[in-house]
Design a protein around this ligand. Structure first.
Ligand code: 5GP
Ligand code: ZN
Length: 136
């Protein structure tokens, strides 16, 4: 299943060139054009799924297995000091390309990046209420 208007469908399937660092039947991993840090890459499935909600469970598991492998390889080759995985779902959460992707972001002590959130605060009662709302 592909979406002919989707840029990541075109990149993942080789219609648009990319700086590919890994490819198999299910995924292409290529460098982000606007990297947060040196080596910032994206794991992208070749089939079109808009986000993690839509991604089949088995493909999600395979994406995470691949992330672990690539993260170890990239850490060796780039000698980075840390590593972040980022995955955005929906505009509110910062998603700008609506084809599932997992960011692989090597981090360096001196990279000056801030990929984080402002810590909030909640009362014990509010935390209890949230827990009760989502517990399964
Ligand atoms: P999102 O904000 O959806 O989580 O991430 C989308 C990412 O895709 C961004 O980091 C952006 O730099 C990257 N990106 C957008 N268009 C292209 C493109 O045409 N080629 C490549 N290699 N990266 C892209
Ligand atoms: Zn797509």
């Amino acid at each position: 299943m592909r979406d002919e208007n989707c840029i990541f469908c075109k990149i993942a399937n080789g219609e648009i060139p990319s700086r590919t660092i890994y490819e198999d039947e299910q995924f292409r991993v290529f460098l982000d054009l606007s990297p947060a840090a040196k080596g910032h890459a994206l794991i992208v499935p070749k089939e079109h799924y808009a986000n993690l909600y839509e991604l089949p469970e088995e493909l999600a598991a395979d994406a995470m297995r691949l992330a672990k492998k690539e993260m170890s390889l990239m850490t060796q080759k780039l000698s980075c000091d840390g590593f972040q995985l980022v995955q955005n779902n929906g505009e509110t959460a910062g998603q700008t390309v609506f084809h599932f992707h997992l960011h692989l972001i090597p981090r360096y002590r001196t990279d000056g990046q801030k990929i984080a959130w402002e810590p909030g605060s909640m009362s014990d009662e509010e935390l209890d209420a949230v827990k009760d709302q989502i517990i399964s």
